[in-house]
Design a protein around this ligand. Sequence first.
Ligand code: PLP
Length: 368
Amino acid sequence: MKKQIPFLDLSRIDQELKSALEKKFSDMLSKGIFSRGEEVETLGKNLSKFLGTKNTIIPCSNGTDALEIALRALEIGTGDEVIVPALTWVSTAEVIKLVGASPVFVDTDSSGLMDLEQLDSLTTPKTKAVIPVHLYGKMVDMEKLNSWAKPKGIKIIEDNAQGFGAYQNGKSAGCWADIGCFSFYPTKNLGALGEAGALSTSDKSLAKKIEMLINHGQPIRDKHEIVGRNARIDTIQAGFLNVKLAYFQKWQDKRKYFASLYLQHLSGIGDLILPESILNSDHNAHLFVIKTDYRSELKHFLQEKGILTAIHYPTIIPKMNPYLSKGLFVNSEKLTASSLSLPLNPFLEEKEVLKVIQQIKIFYSRTS
Ligand SMILES: Cc1ncc(COP(=O)(O)O)c(C=O)c1O
């Protein structure tokens, strides 16, 4: 069988990183600290430093828990409405239901970002928060969203699960809102070797509350001041993330380079619409999402050539059973029908990216 080009193969990390992770694991085994501890504290500080923010960054169990904790910290619950994009990973809407509030879905623009022009028409006296999602790694216009929400007293929770490493006007994604939420799910640009996430806020008292919410409501051991839960990060994952952070920029450079190859060679090919702004700093090149009316034919063709692609996402949230909701979601629906994510990650070889390009060109030379 011919060698496949995977969409993302996380076993392809290089020997240097593998050895660094093995050493970290061995050191942690010797220390015997498997919950909280120095690695977790260091990770919060390392992340703030790396992102160039004065915000407090609080590592936690995963991105979904980060979003749910953010809603609880802002005391959003029964009877409240939260505006959320129709196209996103399910967690963004799921957490709203989990705290007893109601998601109100808004269409995206043609690139998949929440359509800010529609927010006014969806706002009611019950609207307590809005959750912008930096989908595919491209940032929502946060200046604009802040100036819309702040005067109305509407809170912003930034779903930055996909946007680590993107900056708008020099300010990091995840640091623009009342609370920013990060995911370090293994496939993210900065991924753990398991589940992990973080919350970010500039508000010191909110930071303290978040610390308590993720740790059974305790400011100190055995003193339970509020109802919390266990949403602590796994200490071993914090240790691995401390190691992996040092490799992040090198990987970002590779992502951007491969994205530039796709842009250079695929522009003007067939009916393809490419993510033009992917090389800008407000995009972290998490996913390279193309749009075509021949999505299923192209996906199938590439698969036959051993090239694996993905769809982010095949269904809008308001069409899923637990979230059924009426409304017009024209751009989001169009994306579910026409978008295709090409392999884009730092573990690819340049020749593999060129092969993807070559096969896409062959596909279109046959269909035109
Ligand atoms: C947009 C978005 N929101 C939330 C999440 C949830 O993060 P996690 O998988 O770490 O719970 C993800 C990642 O899976 C995501 O892509």
